[in-house]
Design a protein around this ligand. Structure first.
Ligand SMILES: [Zn+2]
Length: 376
């Protein structure tokens, strides 16, 4: 009897206008998941629609990374992926896809088109696994300017297949003074430059996720005119490597917070950290891992770091580690196959957002109107 009354009440309450209002106030949730220097970022809208960008590493790491994605999805109460964007055909971005697809149904696949960089593993994956998965679902090749139809979000593709947006997003289009501090690098013929890049808004909250888009493409997009405008949260490009993350992009976006999906020895090196730390209005950088490439010299306070390593050393290295020249063997990177933690972001329509480090539950709320960026 008690059950019946409870059910009745639930049915009545669901129809009540008061609850409808509460629902409208539910946040957007974003999970930046630890896939050891790969990428996996999950968006869950207030009504439960989901977007996953990338699926972590492949090979022996596929089960581990897919498991971490599924674990975060479970924590979010998610049982399906409505939209899966694969930014580009590098193994740290599509490697866990087959394993994820076995555990979570995927309705719609998005990518930039064919692989442009000779790589047997990527070609084989596209010909077999991906062809089979996409034959049973929707599949769209996106170009700059396209919108991805996600309820409650405005999701714009701003780069894809080596092309960048040539028109201004609403409210953008000012000259970009940060171009002066950015000097074109060598051309990048790899898949990185093909990345599907996104500018996403939820009410007044704005987030940028460029995948591994490299420096020169960032400049194509942002110089001399800033096509994107500003952002509140920047998912740092390319795991925080310095062949991406030009001042032309980062400083022009003026994010209030930046999250790096770096590995224990991938990304977070001084050249990239300097661009982040000097970005106008940037309050905090959150690092997925302590990176040997940052050392204590260029890392962030431990409260902002989500993951440790399996065998911890007694002291944190003070000096940043400089990789040996190309061709010389580096010692193996510290491993992290044990418990992994993710960053959870909750964002409100008014632009306020909170980042939580699930390792220590440290969180910080960035209130709209409280910072430099929010007052623009
Ligand atoms: Zn990558």
């Amino acid at each position: 009897m008690r059950t019946t009354i409870a059910c009745l009440c639930a049915a009545v309450c669901l129809a009540a206008p008061g609850l409808a209002q509460t629902r409208a106030a539910r946040p957007l949730e974003i999970y930046v998941i630890d896939v050891e220097g790969g990428n996996a970022t999950l968006f869950v809208t207030p009504s439960g629609e989901t977007v996953l960008i990338d699926t972590g590493n492949g090979g022996a790491a596929a089960a581990r990374d897919a498991g971490r994605i599924v674990e975060a999805a479970k924590a979010a109460g998610v049982t399906k992926i409505d939209h899966l964007i694969t930014t580009h055909w590098h193994g740290d971005h599509f490697g866990g896809l087959a394993d994820v697809a076995k555990q979570l149904p995927i309705a719609h696949y998005y990518d930039h088109g064919p692989n442009v960089q000779p790589a047997q593993a990527a070609d084989d994956f596209l010909k077999t696994t991906y062809a089979e998965l996409t034959s049973k679902a929707m599949h769209t090749v996106v170009k700059p300017g396209d919108s991805i139809p996600v309820k409650e979000l405005n999701w714009r593709v701003v780069a894809s297949a080596g092309n960048v947006l040539k028109t201004n997003l609403p409210g953008a289009g000012r000259p970009n003074p940060a171009c002066a501090a950015s000097k074109a690098q060598d051309p990048d013929p790899t898949e990185n430059a093909q990345s599907v890049s996104s500018y996403i808004t939820f009410g007044r909250f704005r987030i940028v996720h460029m995948g591994d888009l490299t420096y020169n493409k960032e400049m194509d997009l942002m110089c001399p005119t800033n096509r994107l405008g500003a952002a509140d949260l920047f998912i740092v490009s390319h795991h925080g490597q310095a062949i991406s993350n030009s001042p032309a992009l980062v400083h022009a976006l003026q994010p209030r917070a930046a999250i790096i999906n770096n590995g224990t020895r991938k990304g977070g090196q001084p050249d990239a950290m300097r661009v982040l730390f000097s970005s106008p209005g940037l309050e905090d950088v959150w690092q997925m891992h302590f990176s040997l490439l940052s050392g204590q010299e260029y890392t962030v306070p431990g409260a902002f770091i989500a993951n440790e390593i399996d065998q911890q050393s007694e002291s944190m290295p003070i000096a940043f580690w400089t990789p040996p020249p190309q061709g010389q063997q580096a010692p193996p990177a510290p491993t992290h196959n044990g418990r992994s933690n993710y960053f959870k972001i909750t964002a409100q329509q008014d632009g306020t957002f909170t980042v939580t480090n699930t390792r220590n539950n440290f969180s910080k709320t960035y209130r709209t109107g409280a910072g430099t960026a929010a007052t623009r």
